[in-house]
Design a protein around this ligand. Structure first.
Ligand SMILES: [Zn+2]
Length: 461
């Protein structure tokens, strides 16, 4: 009798597990790109990746523009963080705890299958490049699309509901990674504690994070014993990181919430730097250029060495048609954070817009830098094509357009431009061979052929 009862419970459990698995299938996601946010997430994650024995440069971090609280990993060592989970984290240590737990899913091989199908649905958006850029290329629908697409697209994801065993082992490993990197695991406990009430809720009512990472009080309790006994249990977040996280939250809210809401959340009475930052961005978002510039200038005065204040100031100038002045501030942002491809990209864009031979040459150097790190950055290729066009190098301009189209998975356009580039370019030069390679790759890759067949009918080019 007892064993039959046991069997029934097991069967019931299996049914629930299967239902959860299928109910959490997700649609395609919108990623956002931003030098400041990406840099901080790297700063938080890299020590944990290293502690897990992962190669930091082979783990990709994507920020998804989604206010729901979620974080997950997929095959190919990709970690996804919703803006919602960044906003929900009360301290850097909490966010690091969540990242450590996700890192453990990567190193433990608890990975969701992301569909390998090529998808156009995801549209990475560069935060600091706002509406003004779209306006600047109005009348060029292809170019406007390029602004919103890049090769960091991925297919529709099927979320993977981790088992309780995987969850417990990910917690143990997370505690270990935090300890190895000299950090406390208390943030992760605190994060779980705040959401302990989710344990008793039905699957559909839980936050997405706790649908795929089921919480249990037992697990929190056993993790707490381990964390409290650890050598670095009382290690505190440093001031720089606390501040940087508050600034990133202000930026996310400033860019992604409606200006009226930003002014409510960060009222004038709040004179902290994050509040000033959020309000300055909100002015920029509502196209109050004069106020935006005033407020950002104030921020630069307070922190002249902040690359992101300089970037933002440059961007507002650029979008109000002052590309020459914009160059100065973008150059400053690059000087202050020379390793960031996105800052080089903004600088290059401003240089290209000034349209002087020296600046076009300088722009090319910065774009080469961007493409070395991000070969699939379609916006960088778009800038390369404009630059060659302006210099009268039409074969190279066509090749860059082919690259841009290839990065956007627009293979029909890539074929057309690579073919035309080949006609213009000197045979057997590296550029000619690259054009030829694009033609060959598209012709030979069965997945691309399949994608092209399916998108033809939908007018996807
Ligand atoms: Zn988990």
């Amino acid at each position: 009798m007892r064993s039959l009862w046991h069997f029934t419970i097991m069967l019931f459990g299996a049914v629930i597990a299967i239902t959860l698995f299928f109910s959490s299938a997700a649609t395609a996601q919108n990623t956002i790109r931003d030098a400041e946010i990406e840099s901080l997430m790297r700063q938080f994650s890299d020590p944990l990746f290293t502690a897990a024995g992962l190669n930091t440069s082979s783990v990709d971090i994507y920020i998804i523009n989604d206010k729901t609280m979620n974080a997950f990993v997929t095959r190919g060592q990709k970690m996804f963080l919703h803006t919602g989970i960044i906003l929900q984290a009360e301290t850097p240590n909490e966010l690091k705890g969540v990242i450590a737990h996700e890192t453990a899913h990567i190193s433990g091989g608890h990975l969701a299958r992301s569909s390998d199908a090529i998808s156009k649905a995801s549209r990475p958006m560069i935060l600091t490049m706002g509406l003004g850029v779209l306006a600047a290329v109005a009348g060029e629908p292809q170019a406007a699309m390029a602004l919103l697409n890049s090769a960091s697209q991925f297919g529709t994801l099927t979320f993977f509901t981790h088992s309780r065993i995987q969850e417990a082992s990910a917690d143990q490993a997370a505690a270990n990674f935090l300890e190895t990197s000299g950090q406390s695991g208390k943030g992760l406990i605190k994060f779980y504690e705040r959401f302990r009430f989710q344990e008793v809720m039905s699957g559909a009512r839980r936050f997405p994070y706790f649908r795929t990472h089921p919480l249990s009080s037992d697990r929190i309790d056993s993790l707490a014993i381990e964390v409290n006994a650890a050598k670095y249990a009382d290690a505190l977040d440093n001031k720089q990181e606390i501040f940087a996280l508050e600034m990133v939250k202000a930026k996310i809210i400033g860019f992604l919430d409606k200006p009226q809401r930003v002014f409510l959340q960060y009222p004038q009475t709040d004179q902290s730097l994050p509040a000033k930052y959020a309000r300055a961005i909100a002015y920029y978002q509502e196209a109050s250029t004069k106020q935006a510039l005033e407020k950002i200038a104030e921020l630069i005065e307070l922190q002249p060495e902040n690359p992101y204040f300089n970037e933002l100031y440059g961007q507002v100038l650029f979008e109000s048609g002052k590309s020459k002045q914009a160059v100065y501030y973008h150059q400053k942002s690059v000087d202050l954070a020379p390793a960031s491809p996105l800052l080089h990209l903004n600088l290059a864009q401003a240089l290209v817009a000034t349209n002087t031979p020296e600046n076009l040459k300088l722009a090319k150097e910065h774009l080469d830098f961007v493409i070395r790190y991000e070969p699939g950055n379609s916006f960088a290729w778009y800038q390369v094509s404009i630059l060659h066009e302006k210099a009268g190098e039409f074969g190279l301009a066509k090749l860059a357009t082919a690259e841009q189209a290839y990065a956007m998975h627009d293979y029909f356009r890539a074929l057309s431009f690579a073919g035309r580039a080949k006609q213009d370019l000197q045979p057997n030069t590296p550029q000619w061979r690259r054009a030829n390679d694009i033609l060959l790759v598209i012709a030979a890759d069965p997945q691309i052929r399949k994608y092209m067949r399916s998108s033809k009918g939908k007018g996807g080019h």
